[in-house]
Design a protein around this ligand. Structure first.
Ligand code: APR
Ligand code: PHB
Length: 394
């Protein structure tokens, strides 16, 4: 087979890239290790920056999001037991957010791919980029027990944190930065009406978060030990712990119910540089992971793909400036979100070695946020998403 861009991974990054390239007339083939149902079964975060909302709309992916998504404009932080800080991002920086689950976006992307006839190989194993420092790279893989090869101009590594693409870059070229938190998030989905607001909690017992997917689907999290397993957490224990960490006023509004999904997620910050090696380009979780605090993972995948699709489309129009600047430009935004996610993680969690002094210092920072318009503006502009860079910056 021969194509212009071989895309490895059919998660949000790979499928959005496929969508944008397809509409611009750039040929491509997508290779995915899992089945379609497996990819659709993953439960991930659900807060979209406004730039993500507009990018999805611009590429014909906004119809269901605009119908079913929930626009909100406050960042809420419960603290000191019963207090609630509410920052209105629209007042502060003129922008809002959208609550719409990654699972739904993935469904919308597959539906759009079906409609446009995009070529996707699911259950492709042994996927391997080759010859990426030459002008004629190729990707080898096995499908239905048969060895295959796709010759291409470019390889887009959109295969997530555990993918093969990043590891194709020699260790002598790759620079990795990492921080792993000594705790996790236990998350549940429950078919009950969510709180009308998205609310984070800083509490001596640990972090908690009340979030939403749709009017009858709530998402809740509590910070837990990485040694815990979901079997340690009955639904009753979960609800009791959540209620112990949030103000009574909000706890009284929450309807409990059986969990329909329960899982523990680690909190990790990770960046691999550069995001380009020859004709191999990385996008999304293949190059970086953020802790879920602040929900930047999907938004970064979208901004990478915005830049990368522009680089490929401009290349076929005779302009290579965006190809040349891709790695630096993407990494500037990645590090912006990386630093913000880490800051929010530090602000809201209880660390194992945290002393009463540290707890008071955290509370003081929230108190400062509550009283300072400047601090609220700084938090809001990062939470709603830093601006994309355009041509002049290339
Ligand atoms: N060959 C082919 N496909 C692969 C391989 C491989 N060797 N390794 C991984 N994949 C596939 C995975 O099965 C997955 O479907 O690549 C896809 C990568 O998708 P994601 O992990 O969702 O990553 P990305 O598309 O970058 O999206 C980032 O997902 O993990 C969340 O929080 C993250 O919201 C963010 C978003
Ligand atoms: C979620 O809804 O899963 C979510 C929301 C906000 C976050 C992280 C996760 O900061």
């Amino acid at each position: 087979m021969r194509t212009q861009v071989a895309i490895i991974g059919a998660g949000p990054a790979g499928m959005l890239l496929s969508r944008i390239l397809g509409r611009a007339g750039v040929e491509h083939i997508v290779l995915e290790r899992q089945t379609r149902d497996h990819v659709l079964g993953r439960i991930r975060a659900g807060v979209l920056e406004w730039g993500t909302v507009e990018t999805l709309r611009d590429h014909g992916l906004g119809a269901r999001m605009d119908r079913e998504g929930h626009v909100h404009e406050t960042i809420n932080i419960a603290w000191r037991g019963q207090e609630l800080l509410s920052v209105d991002t629209h007042d502060r920086v003129g922008k809002r957010m959208m609550a719409y689950g990654q699972t739904n976006i993935q469904e919308d992307l597959y539906e759009a791919a079906d409609a446009s006839g995009a070529e996707i190989f699911f259950e492709a194993s042994d996927v391997q980029p080759n010859g990426v420092t030459t002008d004629s790279p190729w990707v080898s893989f096995t499908h239905g027990g048969v060895g295959q090869r796709i010759d291409c101009d470019f390889v887009a590594g959109c295969d997530g944190f555990h993918g093969a693409s990043r590891l194709t870059i020699p260790e002598s070229v790759r620079r990795e930065y990492e921080k792993v938190c000594p705790f996790g998030w236990l998350g549940i989905l429950s078919e009950t009406p969510p709180l009308p607001i998205l609310m984070y909690a800083n509490h001596e017992r640990g972090f908690a978060l009340c979030s939403m997917r749709n009017p009858m689907l709530s998402r809740y999290y509590v910070q837990c030990s990485m040694e815990d397993t979901v079997d340690d957490w009955s639904d009753d224990r979960f609800w009791n712990e959540l209620f112990a960490r949030i103000p009574n006023e909000q706890a009284d509004q929450i309807q409990t119910g059986p969990s329909i999904e329960k899982s523990i997620a680690p909190l990790r910050s990770f960046v691999s540089e550069p995001m380009r090696y020859g004709n191999l380009f990385l996008a999304g979780d293949a190059a970086h992971i953020v802790p879920p605090t602040g929900a930047k993972g999907l938004n970064l995948a979208v901004s990478d793909v915005r830049y990368l699709s522009r680089a490929f489309v401009s290349h076929y129009q005779g302009d290579d400036r965006y190809l040349e600047s891709y790695s630096e430009m993407a990494l500037r935004r990645v590090w912006g979100a990386m630093r913000f996610s880490w800051w929010l993680t530090l602000l809201l969690h209880r660390f194992p070695d945290q002393t009463d002094f540290d707890q008071r210092a955290q509370e003081q920072e929230i108190s400062y946020l509550a009283g300072s318009e400047a601090a609220q503006i700084a938090m809001s502009e990062q939470y709603v998403g830093l601006p994309y860079e355009d041509q002049e910056d290339a």
